[in-house]
Structure formats: C-alpha cells, structure tokens
Write a protein that binds this ligand. Structure first.
Ligand SMILES: *Cc1c(COP(=O)(O)O)cnc(C)c1O
Length: 395
C-alpha cells in the first residue's frame, strides 16, 4: 500500500490526499468492510498490540477506508492528526469530554448548534464540569468568563442559524493566555472558507454530514488537532468509548470530498445572488449573509473567512404565519433541517432545530417567529430565485 502526502492545493488534495492502494491497484478508494484484521503469527499479533509494529487491529480503533478519510481531512485542514466519528455530535462530544475532568470549567458561546449546547450546558455539568455561556461576539466576554480552572473554550462561527461570527484569532489568544484549549465547530464555514487552526484554534470539529457529504446520504464527523493532543487525550477515549465512523460512510465521504470545492463554490455564488435578491424584497425585514457588506460583523468576516456562506438567514415581516405560508409555497426548496446539501433546504428554527430553547433564549440569539434559514443547493440559481419570488408573493 502506498500513501500520498504532498504540498498540493486543496482541490488536488481532495481528490488524492491520503489514498491507500491495495495490491489490486484499484483506482477508486476501496471500501474495507471488515471489523478486524488477521495476523501472520502470534508474534505479529503481539507486536501490533504492543504498538511495536504499525498496522490495523480492530475497526473501532482504525480502518483503512476511515484512515484515508482522516488523512485527506488532515491535508485539507493543515492538521497533524484526526479521528473520524459516526456523526458530528460524536466528534463534538469526544473533543469536549476527552480532555476534561470534574472540577474543570468550559467557556462556550451561547449561539451553538442545539445538541452542542446540550453537551456543554447540560451533559458536562452532570460530571462536575462547569460551563459559562457567553455572547461570543464580544471578545471581552470570553476574557471576563475565565476562571483559574478554565480548560476549554468552545465556539462555532458562523453560528447556526443566525450566521453571527466570533473573532477566532482574538478568542484563541485569550484561550492561550488562560492555558485553555479552543475548539472550533467549523461546519458553517466549511474547511475551504475558514482555517481555524491557522487562526490559532487548537482543535477543529466537523459534522461531515453537511457539506462534506453534501448529498444527504450519511452521517459522519471528524476531530482534527495536533498529534500530541490527540495521542494524549483523544486516542484512548476514542478506542475505548467507540464513536468510530463506519468504513462505508468513510467511503461515501471520501467521494464527497472530491467534489467539495466545486459544490461549495457554486452554492456560495448562488447564495450571494439569492441574498441580494432577498435583501431588496419588501416582505423581508432582516437579512444576514456573511458575504454582504451589510453583515453586522463584516470586518471580522474579512479577517478570517475567504468566502461568504452557502447559508442565508432572514426574517419575514409578520412572524410565524407568513413564514409558514412562504415555506409551504416553495416548490423547489425543500422543507428539512439538513444543510450544505445538493438540495436547497428551508428551515424554521423556532419550531424545529431551536424549539427546545426558551423563547427568551431564542430571542437572545436573534431567532424570532419569522426567522428562516435557507441552505442553498445545486439547483439552477435563476430557478431558485423564481421559486422564492413566487413563494414570497403568497406569504
Ligand atoms: C449538524 C451539526 C452538528 C451535528 O452533526 P451531526 O452529524 O448531525 O451529528 C454539529 N454542529 C453543527 C454546526 C452542525 O451544523
């Protein structure tokens, strides 16, 4: 088997990086649907278990197809090491919990994907880990929340669904001076439009379910960081708690990575045009799009992102009734809660993804009864704009 690792540009890495070829010389990455591996001798088994000989032992630990996915993600992200997980939430939970113990303290942005917020706000405290949630947009809030036992900072940027951003470099500097590690959930930016590790973050997590698959086929996640942190914190946690990715899903996601730059570029361009259309529409009371000059934090976006977003957040005048009428009148755009998909998707966060938050907590995050999140897919942009226009007419 051979492994490629060179200093390629992202599009090349996404097609070739991490490829392992078996003795059959297959062109497309092979799917190794095996739970385990056999050894040529008892001595070889012993050497593998002792870690004296490289090689696979058990697919909960590592698997060649999953390995290819991890190596390709490392090349793209500029990370030393990675572990692929069964879902994005398995990646977040492993990254958050693997290095903490009772008595430690987390500072997290309050604007988080719902399940991420549950992990830090509800799950971690059950094990004696305290969490302070802050408005992550104000950098000084991170500093103010630091305690002597603060070990972890956690944020996502842009946030779901309101597309607020956090100044990652500034928060990383505060984390460093506090002796804490910063984990960034980079799903909304995609690995192409924002590089948290270069901005000073220590750990990056993804739900690969979103843009990396990009066609709504399977769940997956990945944690990326330096080799030392992964060896010392994630390695044993991962082996013994078993959040591992299935080789089948790794294969699907490897195929997804090949086309990631094409899809993200097209979806971002289309989202920019749709955002400009919506911004001018009389029924839209508020629009947030990270690619527009009127984004409230456009200066931070210019500093840390290289593209806009495939997502748009907007409010319809009049609240839930017109928001539902608009959603129901859409013909091409599908009602669902995935994102980064080939299919354009509309979500009403207040009644779905963010329904578990109290109304005040939702209001704090800028999620109102008329707020909608649009994930722009790969359909023709003119068709999408026409669809949105006709649906707005009936809202
Ligand atoms: C979807 C998502 C997750 C969770 O990922 P799953 O693959 O659904 O488990 C975490 N964070 C963000 C920002 C997401 O969009």
């Amino acid at each position: 088997m051979t492994e490629k690792k060179r200093n390629w540009k992202p599009a090349t890495q996404l097609v070739h990086a991490g490829t392992l070829r078996s003795e059959f010389g297959e062109l497309s990455e092979a799917m190794f649907l095996t739970q385990g591996y056999h050894y040529k001798s008892a001595e070889q088994a012993e050497a593998r278990f002792k870690g004296e000989e490289p090689g696979f032992i058990y697919s909960r630990y590592a698997n060649p197809t999953v390995d290819m996915f991890e190596k390709r993600m490392c090349a793209l992200e500029g990370a030393e090491d990675a572990r692929a997980t069964a879902s994005g939430m398995a990646a977040v939970t492993a990254a958050v919990l693997c290095s903490l113990k009772a008595g430690d303290h987390i500072v997290a942005a309050r604007a988080l994907f719902g399940s991420c917020r549950w992990v830090v706000e509800t799950l971690a405290p059950r094990y004696g880990i305290e969490t302070t949630l802050v408005d992550g947009r104000q950098t000084r809030n991170w500093q103010d929340a630091v305690r002597p036992n603060t070990k972890l900072f956690f944020l996502e940027s842009p946030t779901n669904p309101t597309l607020e951003v956090v100044d990652i470099a500034a928060v990383a500097a505060i984390a460093n001076s506090a002796g804490a590690r910063l984990i960034v959930d980079n799903v909304f930016a995609t690995p192409l439009q924002q590089k948290p590790l270069e901005l000073g973050a220590h750990v990056v997590v993804y739900s690969a379910t979103k843009h990396i698959d990009g066609q709504g086929r399977c769940l997956g996640g990945v944690v990326l960081s330096d080799k030392k942190w992964i060896d010392e914190n994630l390695h044993d946690y991962f082996r013994h708690t078993g959040p591992s990715m299935s080789p089948f899903n790794a294969w699907v996601l490897l195929k997804g990575l090949e086309t990631l730059p094409l899809r993200v570029r097209q979806q971002t361009e289309a989202a920019g045009r749709i955002a400009d259309f919506l911004a001018e529409h009389p029924k839209v009371s508020k629009l947030i799009y990270p690619g527009r000059a009127d984004h409230p934090q456009a200066d931070i976006i210019a500093k840390q992102m290289t593209g806009g977003s495939t997502l748009i957040c907007f409010d319809l005048k009049g609240g839930k009734k017109p928001a539902f009428a608009f959603t129901n009148a859409l013909d091409i755009v599908t009602i669902s809660n995935n994102l980064g998909d080939a299919k354009s998707i509309i979500t009403h966060p207040a009644t779905t993804t963010h329904k578990n938050l109290a109304e005040e907590a939702r209001a704090e995050l800028g999620i109102g009864p008329g707020t909608l999140r649009l994930s722009v897919g790969l359909e023709d942009t003119d068709d999408l704009i026409a669809d949105i226009e006709q649906a707005l007419a009936s809202a």
